[in-house]
Design a protein around this ligand. Structure first.
Ligand SMILES: [Zn+2]
Length: 433
């Protein structure tokens, strides 16, 4: 087991970002490395006995990345306890796990927290404390301690500016410079939408291949190549060193950076943004749009196989083909809205959603136009679908309803007149529409 590691960034302060000029300063760069300090026991003396109901405890934690975190609590003066619980708070996902714990005769409790089952993400800060109930019913609590759950399987190198910290392994310093440049380009692109909030710095962790990232992102779909914990300001992406690395960096890093900056811009209501808008804006921040998206979009439009925008509000399908089409549509539709209402309009729309309006109502609030009309116009303007077909598309749900109301009972009556046994027919009928 690896013990808790205090992570210290070494100097590497000779590359500064001034927040005003997004170009990378061409000063010599020394890569910074994580220095690890093994701390066997963390004492939280400074936090002890600050409240009357607090009990003095020594708290320590250690973890095996990808498996578990072990929390240890020791009562400084053993007392009789009726029951005890540990509260573990995952700051990234804003969830608190509460579990019963026991203390041995030496006043020590050891609790093992499964990081896979609890989907603990890398580079997350975890807070924990204990609550003890005494035989007289009174409740005491320990101080709160914290541990950062870093992915320590790799020897990370670091390069930083005031606003960004890029971390990588398996490659030389030039790789890090390119990645930092890509992140700077991302910030520049984001400035085309709004002024990014640059403090605290955003951490960008670059994995060298998908299986390394898989080991860190439990529960993600196999095709996911990047992820942003927007509230924590932590980005994880896969970029394989090689001929494509420059393009991949300029797609993936600005994309994830936009998620973080948009979250900072609109605040906690970010989670209420429709997926098509947050993904669309993230894709517009990419330096090189993936050309496959345009091909996919044209093909789907020609086959009349586009996913309705209202179906892209909550989340995208985990299936790779549907998800790619969802991304392609989100980018195109968001770009269309930017053309109509400008970057300011997109931010107003994002703020409207962050304030809690529904997916369908957001565009009415921000632009005075329904989502359905905007989608219809986008299909005509951006994808060349005919207005008649699109209008029909709007009417189809009502036609289906009409069919169900008028014909479904007829079919049911006809079927009832037949011999029993074909009870699936009406379902197939309805489903075919
Ligand atoms: Zn995204």
């Amino acid at each position: 087991m690896r013990h808790f590691r205090s992570v210290i960034l070494s100097e590497a302060k000779n590359l500064y970002y001034d927040g005003g000029d997004p170009s990378l300063h061409k000063t010599p760069i020394r890569a910074a490395f994580f220095l690890t300090v093994i701390v066997i026991t963390m004492l939280f003396g400074a936090h002890r006995a600050t409240a009357r109901s607090e009990i003095e405890m020594e708290l320590s934690a250690a973890y095996q990345f990808g498996e578990h975190v072990t929390f240890t609590g020791r009562l400084v003066s053993p007392i009789q306890i009726q029951k005890a619980s540990i509260f573990i708070h995952d700051t990234t996902q804003v969830v608190t796990h509460v579990q019963p714990v026991t203390f041995d005769q030496n006043g020590v409790s050891v609790f093992r927290f499964d990081t896979r089952r609890n989907v603990l993400r890398p580079f997350t800060t975890i807070l924990w404390r204990y609550e003890l109930t005494l035989p007289d019913g009174s409740v005491l609590q320990s101080a709160t301690a914290s541990i950062r759950y870093d992915d320590d399987r790799f020897a990370w190198q670091t390069l930083e500016t005031d606003a960004l910290r890029v971390h990588w392994y398996n490659s030389d310093g030039d790789f890090g410079v390119s990645a930092l440049n890509a992140a700077q380009t991302g910030l520049q692109n984001i400035r085309g939408f709004f002024a990014p909030i640059l403090s605290p710095p955003v951490d960008v962790f670059i994995y060298a291949n998908e299986s390394d990232l898989r080991g860190a992102l439990y529960g993600a779909e196999a095709w996911v190549a990047g992820h942003a914990d927007s509230a924590a300001g932590v980005i994880t992406v896969t970029i394989e060193p090689g001929a494509e690395q420059g393009i991949l960096m300029e797609q993936r890093i600005p994309h994830e950076l936009m998620h973080v900056m948009l979250h900072r811009r609109v605040g906690a209501g970010y989670r209420n943004l429709p997926a098509w808008l947050s993904e669309g804006m993230a894709m517009l921040a990419e330096a090189y749009p993936n050309p496959n998206y345009a091909i996919l979009l044209r093909d789907a439009a020609a086959r009349d196989a586009l996913i309705p925008i209202r179906d892209l509000c909550d989340s995208f399908s985990p299936r790779i083909d549907s998800a790619f089409l969802a991304y392609a549509e989100s980018r195109s539709f968001t770009d269309y809205l930017r053309g109509l209402y400008g970057a300011d309009g997109l931010l107003s729309l994002a703020n409207a959603y962050a304030n809690g309006v529904t997916c369908e109502r957001g565009t009415e609030r921000a632009f005075g136009v329904s989502l359905a009309k905007l989608e219809r116009d986008w299909r005509v303007a951006a994808l060349g679908q005919s207005g008649v077909a699109s209008t029909l598309g709007d009417v189809v749900p009502y036609l289906i309803l009409l069919c169900l109301v008028v014909f479904f009972p007829l079919v049911g009556i006809v079927n009832a007149m037949r011999k029993k046994g074909d009870r699936h027919a009406p379902e197939r009928y309805a489903g075919r529409k």
